[in-house]
Design a protein around this ligand. Structure first.
Ligand code: GDP
Ligand code: IMO
Ligand code: MG
Length: 423
């Protein structure tokens, strides 16, 4: 069996949740390796429609162990709400675990995210306001609390007291209300009561699974273009969605990862600020948003839409060491007479970049170079094999694969679990 990392190959919302839900049917373990409840991973199956924020997308398969990994920032309140919503839908949570080493995202991180965004004035990052940046900043500053701290009340209390000295000063400087340590401690004791039995050392679990040769999926959040190091800095998230972080964030040796599947939408979408060269402000952009239902699964914000970006996929494929692509939302393109693929960025000096990703200030001033592809104008929703696809759709996908330099592994033609096939 294999260890497979599943990562976003664009700006997030590529359909990672639905791919993982599909693959988890054959997996023993799914580990979310980074991010927090900024994620919205939509899964549609016999339990209904769920936008998962922290809980791994393998949760619907009762045989699969689901771990919120060390590389995540966990907001216990939002996790409890998500657990309640799944339980109401009849989903069993017996196999849900949280790494004791994962960071705990506190209410003051959300407060700081809102205040810091406001302080950025007319040039915000467009965060989800879930406190992700401040929580990872505290982790790096060694001022964070970890989920395992909930199991050590004395330690937790002293860590909280020491964190609040700086946190409250920051909040006051930014014009907010300082927080009360005793109230927060009481809240943490409530989290301990409700989540304590799920907080574990994950290493024995992953080690045993690897030794037994079990199938493990590593679930990424967001996509490479919002990676802290490799994305459109500073309009990025505060962790690394790229596959290189999967082993560290999930807690298994890097060399155990055999496959890296890049999830890629058949066109482009982004939510939040920052340069997005292929963004369309015309009727085609509006049509992609409308047919693709491109509204944020976490914040409900309308997503910016555009044609497929071949420069970004080449960058994403190489950086992630992808072994296969999972193309999603092909069916959305059923309704277009002509399609475009961006194969280069034209720089202000007239030069064209094809095989590297310019830095943010330059990316702000590039214009996409497009090639045109004929649409197929037929429904792909019932296709269940490569041979079922219209010829024009096959050629469009083959072009994406060629630009990425990676073979196609899966094609998704609808949001339902069975609307997908292996190539
Ligand atoms: P994620 O964050 O990468 O898991 O993606 P999101 O869940 O935020 O966004 C993907 C959206 O597209 C969700 O609403 C999915 O239900 C939907 N979706 C995924 N794959 C397909 C597909 O092949 N066709 C259609 N029509 N919708 C899809
Ligand atoms: P999934 O996992 C799309 C974007 C925000 C903002 C930037 C930083 O569902 O693909 P943050 O709150 O992380 O500090 O925001 O990243 N962003 C996402 N965009 N999908 C997501 O998650 C996102 N999570 C964060 O819009 O631009
Ligand atoms: Mg999403």
């Amino acid at each position: 069996m294999t260890v497979t990392a599943i990562v976003g190959a664009q700006w997030g919302d590529e359909g990672k949740g639905r791919i993982i839900d599909y693959l988890a049917q054959q997996a023993n373990m799914v580990i979310r390796f980074q991010g927090g409840d900024n994620a919205g991973h939509t899964v549609i199956n016999e339990y209904g429609k769920h936008a998962l924020h922290l809980i791994p997308s393998g949760i619907f398969n009762p045989q699969t162990q689901n771990i919120i990994g060390t590389g995540c920032v966990v907001n216990p309140q939002s996790l409890l709400e998500e657990m309640a919503s799944l339980e109401r839908a009849g989903v069993a949570l017996d196999n849900l675990w949280i790494s004791q080493r994962a960071q705990m995202l506190m209410p003051y991180h959300r407060t700081l995210d809102v205040l810091e965004e406001a302080a950025r004035g007319s040039d915000p990052i467009g965060t989800t306001k879930r406190g992700i940046g401040p929580a990872y900043a505290d982790k790096a500053a060694r001022a964070g609390l970890r989920m395992g701290d909930l199991l050590q009340p004395d330690w937790l209390e002293s860590r909280l007291d020491s964190a609040l000295i700086t946190i409250n000063r920051k909040i006051e400087i930014l014009g907010g209300q300082p927080v009360d340590g005793q109230e927060l401690y009481a809240l943490c004791m409530d989290f301990r009561e409700k989540l304590g039995k799920r907080i574990v050392d994950t290493v024995p679990m992953t080690r045993r699974a690897i030794e037994r040769g079990e199938a493990i999926l590593l679930e990424g959040q967001l996509g490479v273009m919002r990676d802290l190091d490799w994305g459109i800095y500073p309009y990025v998230t505060s962790s690394n969605p790229t596959a290189a972080y999967a082993s560290s964030g999930a807690g298994l040796p890097a060399r155990t990862i055999d496959r890296v599947i890049g999830v890629v939408k058949a066109y482009s979408s982004a939510v939040g600020d920052g340069p997005f060269p292929v963004e369309l402000h015309d009727a085609d952009g509006a049509k992609l948003r409308e047919i693709g239902q491109e509204f944020g699964a976490t914040t409900g914000r309308p997503r910016r839409c555009g044609w497929f970006d071949g420069v970004a996929i080449a960058y994403a494929a190489w950086l992630n060491g992808m072994t296969g692509l999972a193309i999603t939302k092909l069916d959305i393109l059923d309704h277009f007479e002509t399609l475009k693929i961006c194969t280069g960025y034209r720089l202000p000096n007239g030069g064209i970049v094809r095989d590297s990703m310019p830095e943010t200030p330059i990316l702000n001033h590039v214009t996409p170079v497009y090639e045109e592809w004929p649409g197929w104008q037929a429904s792909t929703e019932d296709c269940r094999s490569w041979a079922d696809l219209p010829g024009a759709a096959q050629r469009y996908i083959e072009r994406i694969s060629e630009l990425a330099g990676i073979p196609i592994a899966y094609v998704s033609v609808g949001a339902e679990r069975d609307q997908m096939f292996e190539v």
